[in-house]
Design a protein. Structure first.
Length: 460
């Protein structure tokens, strides 16, 4: 059995089975047995089940959010939004399930040329702890809508909400074999999924090093891979930006979910003429954030998910300071007083004058640290933003059309926001370039990834 603990105080939240390779093999076998039933189900019936599950999840959102906060640590308000986000993804895919179509052409030479789109079969997913409910929705929505079956491994440290969400799907008619969760560690369950010969696709979200390891193990099996490997999103603040909106955007874009989001703002580049007032405003806003147990009223930021994760974050801050590559303006310490010492808390941390090559800018810092640097020209800012192995998201804060046009075309990222950051609607593709991964979540694009084209030529 694996224990699940609340990162705010270490209390026990629940237990899950420590899955084995045999559990994975059983799940994959029964998933194939369910495949013909599910893929033959009328798309509108699949849609009805997804809509009903989304409604049930919304009805139970209070209880589901409490569970999410207890196992993950985020403030209750964020959990409520994440549970609603899961429901919204299901609703989106339920709304397009009936529109799945192939293509048709006719030529005298070849006759009727048809392209059918068929589901792949058993699809697997390995998901992390940072946004377990939303990421589960991104994986299960398109897979189930397309008529595939799924075996999903939740994170060992935040599996309980995923189990509760799957139960909501079963209660509205989804056969249990169509979506199976195998809990356990990445090393056992995750690797068994990666090397399984009878899984058609594997969608993974997590660290670059884990994702490349998964890809290596999966390569001989030739399963389709979708990898979402995080980012080091840049925010570029131009001199004409609305200073208050930009500062507010930086604070919510970095400290939301305690900075543990793949598209959190991880580097800020500010025009040197507005640098000082911007930094002061960010500091003022960050210092008003209340940190504490996500279950308490008025808390804006919970703990870092594990103490190991907090250690990594603090190490990168210290390395940057020790190398003389940036200064801590606010935060940057491990709290050792009051109730904060019971959990893995880390205060909102602002670092200024940060060298773009510093550890806090170079690595994906998965915690509440906002490093800020100045720039002289937009071209320099774009170069600094692109000088990373990641390419998930980036934002530019300006109202100048020429700058917007330059930045949206030149930033190496899968998603570019203008005057906003960290908003991910289910209708449009989401994913990265470079080391941020392969493939896309969300939108019709994700659905098409879980379908295979079959060409049919009929000579009349
Ligand atoms: P991991 O990449 O280790 O974990 C993500 C998922 O992969 C979990 O379900 C994990 O299982 C599983 N896993 C772990 N090792 C293996 C393996 N060898 N084979 C197959 N599956 C495996 O991320 P961490 O949770 O350790 O976080 C480390 C760093 O990853 C963070 O600091 C952050 O930089 C990045 N990250 C990025 C995320 C993103 O959204 N892009 C999300 C989470 C992390 P288990 O439950 O056992 O951990």
């Amino acid at each position: 059995m694996l224990e699940v603990h609340n990162p705010a105080d270490g209390s026990l939240v629940g237990h899950v089975h420590a899955g084995t390779e045999d559990d994975v093999n059983d799940a994959v076998r029964t998933s194939w047995e369910a495949f013909s039933l599910w893929s033959d189900t009328d798309p509108l019936d699949r849609s009805r089940i997804l809509f009903s599950a989304a409604r049930l999840v919304r009805e139970d959102k209070k209880e589901l959010s409490l569970l999410l906060t207890r196992e993950q640590g985020k403030p209750l308000r964020e959990s409520v939004n994440e549970i609603a986000g899961f429901a919204r993804v299901l609703e989106y895919y339920a709304s397009i399930t009936g529109t799945l179509q192939g293509d048709y052409g006719y030529s005298k030479n070849y006759g009727h040329m048809m392209v059918m789109r068929q589901p792949l079969g058993v699809c697997a997913a390995i998901i992390p702890w940072n946004m377990p409910a939303l990421i589960m929705g991104w994986k299960t929505g398109p897979v189930l809508a397309a008529g595939n079956t799924m075996v999903l491994k939740p994170s060992a440290t935040a599996p309980l909400t995923c189990i509760a969400l799957a139960e909501h799907l079963y209660r509205t008619g989804l056969p249990k074999q169509v979506l199976q969760l195998v809990t356990g560690s990445g090393r056992v369950v995750g690797q068994a999924l990666a090397r399984h010969n009878n899984i058609r696709s594997l969608s993974f979200t997590g660290a670059v090093s884990t994702g490349t390891g998964v890809a290596e193990i999966a390569a001989p099996t030739l399963k389709k891979l979708i990898l979402e490997l995080g980012g080091s999103d840049a925010m570029i603040v131009c001199k004409d930006a609305d200073p208050y909106a930009a500062a507010k955007g930086a604070v919510s874009g970095r400290f939301f979910n305690c900075g543990q989001t793949c598209t959190s703002i991880k580097r800020v580049f500010v025009d040197s003429t507005v640098y000082e007032p911007f930094v002061q405003k960010v500091r003022e806003l960050a210092e008003t954030l209340s940190i504490g147990n996500g279950l308490s009223d008025g808390v804006d930021m919970g703990p870092v998910h594990t103490s190991g994760q907090r250690k990594d974050v603090h190490f990168l801050v210290q390395e940057t300071v020790n190398n003389d590559q940036g200064k801590v303006l606010s935060g940057g310490y491990i709290p050792d007083t009051g109730s904060l010492k019971e959990g893995s808390f880390y205060p909102p941390t602002i670092m200024t004058g940060v060298d773009p090559d510093a550890p806090v800018m170079r690595e994906e810092v998965f915690g509440p640290v906002l490093p800020v640097s100045a720039f002289d020209t937009v071209a320099d800012a774009i170069d600094m933003a692109n000088a990373t192995r990641f390419g998930l998201g980036a934002s530019i804060w300006t109202h100048d059309m020429r700058t917007i046009s330059q930045a949206t075309s030149e930033l190496d990222a899968g998603i570019v926001w203008v005057n906003q950051h960290l908003r991910i609607p289910p209708e449009v593709p989401f994913g990265g370039v470079k080391s941020s991964g392969l493939g896309r979540e969300n939108g019709r694009y994700a659905l098409l990834q879980y379908l295979e084209e079959k060409t049919i030529l009929i000579n009349p």
